[in-house]
Design a protein around this ligand. Structure first.
Ligand code: PLP
Ligand code: COI
Length: 354
């Protein structure tokens, strides 16, 4: 399918690269394509960033038939532009689509569309430490109807946002609240899909923990509230003695691409990395025995985010003296290095587009 390009006639002023925050600014263009049962995906186009007209009866506003992705573009030292494992995000779109009864997309075409969009708006890729161009593809149903059934029409959209670090303090350790009242997802539900409803479900616990001074929630499993799942926008790893462990994928956790990268990097560099069930009791015990050496989250937005404090039922566990641990720092340096082309990529993670 050809992508028709309409360039903006009113380019925006770019924000100050030192105060980007996360997801506040949007570039000049966006990619859009439509779907109908009769035509399949059609009318692929890059157009000036701007609003859609939505009818009040739009099904997504009522029933949330919506999925999204998050990946980043990085500028290298010699003007190269890299994406990071974009084929994995597109594959995950189709897994989410399947769960939400949204039609499949052509993954290779979607990567090509992202490439063209990023190249058109390449001057928006920030270059400072910890900055990148966040790419947000998303799909939503556009039928106007109040019956609960899958939409027959959809929009696939990609927008771009120059970003700094996800947490306001950058790589500094974050405080995390272990949630044992609210749950995010259950097996058989939508936990593994990147769908709007999962994030709506997380807001209440997030708000309550935020009032107590915590920046994210660590979710326990929805049935026994015993096994660790993931954080609001990250997967989670624990270094217990020599083992670096992350909860196994069980259908209610998002299969993070950074999580997968971390497992591959750790294994390649000789660490003892594992995926298995991890209960909160095991973590509390390891902490009491002095074996909980590091905790960190992994995600596209958050990259590697050291955890300085975990609070479970009023007990505060201070991890590694609230400092960035050696493994977290190593992973941050290695993965951001691969992303920006300054560390050799033995894994085939980088996808150079310029
Ligand atoms: N878990 C949740 C709930 C997320 O929103 C994210 C962010 O995308 C992650 C984990 C990490 O996934 P990835 O590393 O693919 O960005
Ligand atoms: C990401 O890391 O891409 C995320 O989606 C996190 C978040 C902003 C929802």
């Amino acid at each position: 399918m050809e992508i028709k390009v309409t360039k903006t006639t009113t380019p925006k002023t770019k924000p100050d690269a030192s105060a980007l925050g996360f997801g506040k600014y949007f570039t000049d263009h966006m990619f859009v394509m439509d779907y109908s049962d009769e035509k399949g995906w059609y009318d692929a186009r890059i157009v000036p960033y701007g609003p859609f007209e939505i009818e009040p009866a739009c099904t997504t506003l009522h029933y949330g038939q919506a999925i999204f992705e998050g990946l980043k573009a990085y500028k290298g030292a010699n003007g190269e532009i890299f994406l990071y494992r974009p084929e994995r995000n597109m594959a995950r779109i189709n897994q989410s689509n399947d769960r939400l009864c949204i039609p499949q997309i052509d993954e290779a075409f979607a990567v090509e569309a992202i490439k063209q969009l990023v190249l058109l708006d390449q001057d928006w890729i920030p270059e400072g430490e910890g900055t990148s161009l966040y790419i947000r593809p998303f799909i939503f149903g556009t039928d106007n109807m109040l019956g609960v059934h899958p939409s027959h029409t959809y929009k696939f959209v990609v927008i771009l946002s120059p970003v700094g670090s996800y947490y306001k303090d950058g790589l500094a350790p974050v405080k995390i609240w272990v949630e044992d009242d609210y749950v995010r997802a259950v097996r058989g539900g939508m936990g593994f899909a990147k769908t709007a409803g999962n994030y709506a479900a997380s807001l209440k616990a997030q708000a309550v923990s935020s009032e107590k001074g915590y920046s994210q929630v660590l979710w326990l499993d929805g049935v026994e509230r015993k096994y660790i799942e993931e954080v609001g926008a990250m997967n989670i790893f624990f270094k217990i003695g020599d083992e670096v462990v992350t909860p196994e994928l069980n259908g209610s956790i998002l299969a993070g691409i950074t999580r997968d990268s971390v497992l591959k990097v750790l294994t390649a560099y000789g660490y003892n990395a594992s995926e298995r069930k991890v209960s909160i009791d095991e973590i509390v015990e390891a902490y009491k025995e002095g074996k909980l050496e590091e905790v960190f989250g992994t995600g596209t937005a958050a990259v590697i985010s050291p955890v300085g404090e975990l609070c479970f039922r009023g007990e505060k566990m201070i991890i590694n003296n609230n400092e960035i641990g050696k493994v977290s720092q190593f992973l941050y340096d290695t993965i951001t290095g691969i992303q920006k082309g300054t560390v050799e990529d033995k894994f085939g993670f980088t996808y150079r587009i310029k």
